[in-house]
Design a protein around this ligand. Structure first.
Ligand code: GLU
Length: 419
C-alpha cells in the first residue's frame, strides 16, 4: 500500500498539540520537531546471481535526553527518510511514556525482503549494520526488530557489530535469539502488550473484555499475537486481514488455525472457515466492539473515519490514525488507545533483555512476561488517569499520553541544560 501522506507531518501535529497542552514555548517544539541526527547509507549487496544491487537505508536518532536512542529497523519497499524520522520521534515518546531510560531512534532499509534469498538477506543486513556501526552501540543507539525484521536479522547485526569492534557486546541490539542473549518472550511481547492494553481499556470503557468482538487488521507479528492473546482473554476475534485481504466469521476464529492457513496459502484471505471475505481496508469498517489496526501508518483517515463502528481502537501499528481522523472519532466518543501506549510492549521487553545482558543475568521468560504485563497495565491506568483529571473527554487519549511523554523529555532536556 503506498503511503498517501507524510507521517512526519502527523508526528509534528501531535507534538504541536502536546506543547500546547503543556503550555510550553514554541522553542521546545523547534527543539523536538527535528531529529538530532539522521544518516543515510548506501548498501551494495552481492545477489545470488553475481550481480550487485544497491539499496538505501537510514538510521534516525531523534532525541537522547533520556538515554541512548532505542528503536527498531524496518525492511519495507516503501520506507523513506521522513517516515523513519517520524518513527524515531514516536519512539522518543514511547520510551518516555513507558518510563524507560531511552531516547528514540529508528532505522529503515528500502527493500522488499520477501523476494530476497536467505543469503541475500544476510548480506544486506550485515552491510546495513556495518554502514551504521559508528553511530550505534550498547550505550549509544540500540536497534531491534520492526516490520519484516526478526531475531535472525538481529543475530546478524549482533555478529557484524562484534566482528567490527572485536568484542562481545550483547547490549548492542535487542530482540536477539534466545541463544544469543535474547528472550523468547520478545517475539510475543508487542502483541501481548497490545492485548493487555486492550483488556485494560475494555475493562474501563466497555465493561470488560469477555465476549467483546474484535477485528484485527494486519496479521504479522503484532496482529497475530494480539489476536491470539485477546482470544485467550475471552474476546471473540471475528475478523482478521493482511495486505492481501481478510476474512470474517461472527462466531470467532481459532487464531492458530488461521495462522496455519496463512503459512499454507501466503495470506489469511483464503482461510476456508469464513462466513465472508473482507477487503484489506474494509475490515476497519466492520461492526465490532474493538478494532486493532496492526499493520502500517495512516489507514484510518478522515475519509473512512465516519464509517468506523468500533467503540474502542487499540493501535498495534505505529501511526495508523491520522490527526483529522482521530479528531472526528474522539468527538463521537470513540476511544483510541494510542500507539505509543498500546504497542510499547516490544520495547519494554527489549529493555528487560538489555538490562539482563548488561548484568550477565538469566531472567526467565515467565518473569519477563509478568514484568511486562504489570508495566503495560500500569501505563494504561496512568494515561487514563491523566486524561480524566486534566483533559476534556472530547480530547483523544493520545493527548494525555503525549503530555506525559513530552513533559518527561522536556524535563530531562532542561536538567541537562540542552534547552
Ligand atoms: N520496533 C518496535 C517499536 O516500534 C520495538 C523497538 C525496540 O524494541 O527497541 O516499538
Amino acid at each position: 500500500m503506498a503511503l498517501a501522506r507524510d507521517p512526519l507531518v502527523e508526528a509534528r501535529k501531535q507534538l504541536r498539540s502536546a506543547i500546547e497542552i503543556l503550555g510550553l514555548d514554541d522553542e521546545v517544539f523547534e527543539a523536538l520537531a527535528e531529529p538530532e541526527r539522521v544518516i543515510q547509507v548506501k548498501i551494495p549487496v552481492k545477489m545470488d546471481d553475481g550481480r550487485v544491487r544497491v539499496y538505501t537505508g537510514w538510521r534516525s536518532q531523534h532525541n537522547s535526553a533520556l538515554g541512548p536512542y532505542k528503536g527498531g529497523v524496518r525492511y519495507h519497499p516503501n520506507v523513506n527518510m521522513n517516515e523513519v524520522i517520524a518513527l524515531s520521534m514516536w519512539m522518543t515518546w514511547k520510551n518516555s511514556l513507558a518510563g524507560l531510560p531511552y531516547g528514540g531512534g529508528k532505522g529503515g532499509v528500502r527493500v522488499n525482503p520477501k523476494v530476497l534469498t536467505p543469503g541475500e538477506l544476510e548480506r544486506l543486513s550485515r552491510k546495513y549494520f556495518e554502514a551504521i556501526s559508528d553511530v550505534v552501540g550498547p550505550d549509544i543507539d540500540i536497534p531491534a526488530p520492526d516490520v519484516y525484521t526478526d531475531p535472525q536479522v538481529m543475530a546478524w547485526y549482533f555478529d557484524e557489530y562484534n566482528r567490527i569492534k572485536r568484542g562481545q557486546y550483547f547490549g548492542v541490539v535487542t530482540g536477539k535469539p534466545k541463544d544469543l542473549g535474547g528472550l523468547e518472550a520478545r517475539i510475543i511481547s508487542t502483541g501481548y502488550g497490545v492485548a493487555v492494553a486492550a483488556r485494560e481499556a475494555a475493562v474501563k470503557f466497555l465493561g470488560g473484555i469477555e465476549g467483546k468482538t474484535v477485528a484485527v487488521q494486519g496479521f504479522g507479528n503484532v496482529g497475530y499475537y494480539a489476536a491470539k492473546f485477546l482470544a485467550e482473554m475471552g474476546a471473540r476475534i471475528v475478523a482478521v486481514s493482511d495486505s492481501r485481504g481478510g476474512v470474517y466469521n461472527s462466531k470467532g476464529f481459532n487464531i492458530d488455525d488461521v495462522m496455519a492457513a496463512k503459512k499454507r496459502e501466503g495470506t489469511v484471505a483464503r482461510y476456508e472457515k469464513a462466513e465472508k471475505r473482507v477487503g484489506a481496508l474494509e475490515i476497519l469498517e466492520l461492526d465490532v466492539d474493538i478494532l486493532v489496526p496492526a499493520a502500517i501508518e495512516e489507514v484510518i483517515t478522515e475519509e473512512n473515519a465516519s464509517r468506523i463502528k468500533a467503540k474502542l481502537i487499540v493501535e498495534g501499528a505505529n501511526g495508523p490514525t491520522t490527526t483529522e481522523a482521530e479528531k472526528l472519532l474522539s468527538e463521537r466518543g470513540v476511544i483510541i488507545v494510542p500507539d505509543i501506549l498500546a504497542n510499547a510492549g516490544g520495547v519494554i521487553m527489549s529493555h528487560i533483555e538489555w538490562v539482563n545482558n548488561r548484568m550477565g543475568g538469566w531472567i526467565t521468560d515467565e518473569e519477563a512476561i509478568r514484568k511486562l504485563e504489570a508495566k503495560m497495565s500500569e501505563n494504561v491506568k496512568r494515561v487514563v488517569n491523566y486524561w480524566e483529571k486534566k483533559l476534556s473527554s472530547k480530547r483523544p487519549l493520545r493527548d494525555a499520553a503525549y503530555a506525559i511523554a513530552v513533559e518527561r523529555v522536556y524535563k530531562a532536556m532542561k536538567l541537562r541544560g540542552v534547552i
